[in-house]
Design a protein around this ligand. Structure first.
Ligand SMILES: [Zn+2]
Ligand SMILES: [Zn+2]
Length: 135
């Protein structure tokens, strides 16, 4: 399906072609640190099916838990995470788009979870945590 999205401030905007078949929750310690949260969620797109509509994100290169350098692309103005991808194979890469930046995000549900060994112990079950509709 065709999606579009962008960062919080609107500086970075993109469109892409993706499926809803792969929506991955990542519990790695990089995702925890970079998001300042418990995990991040990605939807993959082929590089050839991803286009920028506004300004490019800034790349931060971080060696991942699996030992590979990864580009962590984020908005240089507001800091929103946009996608992660590999350093090599430019043109044939996969862009793992951060779910929260996708305008159609409500149409996606998680299909898998990775790096569960570093997951926050409560992250698999927040069903019983008291909720309110607003703050
Ligand atoms: Zn921004
Ligand atoms: Zn991760």
């Amino acid at each position: 399906m065709k999606i579009d999205g962008g960062c919080h401030c609107g500086h970075v905007q993109y469109e892409a072609e993706v499926t809803t078949d792969t929506v991955v929750i990542c519990h790695c310690t990089d995702c925890q640190k970079l998001s300042a949260g418990a995990y991040r969620i990605v939807v993959p797109s082929k590089e050839t099916e991803f286009s920028l509509l506004a300004n490019p994100p800034k790349d931060y290169i971080k060696t991942s838990n699996s030992g590979t350098p990864r580009i962590q692309a984020f908005c240089p103005e507001c800091g929103s995470h946009i996608y992660a991808t590999s350093v090599d194979n430019i043109g044939a890469r996969v862009f793992n788009i951060r779910l929260g930046t996708i305008n159609q995000k409500e149409q996606f549900s998680p299909t898998g979870q990775i790096w569960c060994r570093s997951a926050q112990p409560w992250a698999f079950n927040i069903e019983d945590v008291p909720r309110t509709e607003m703050q």
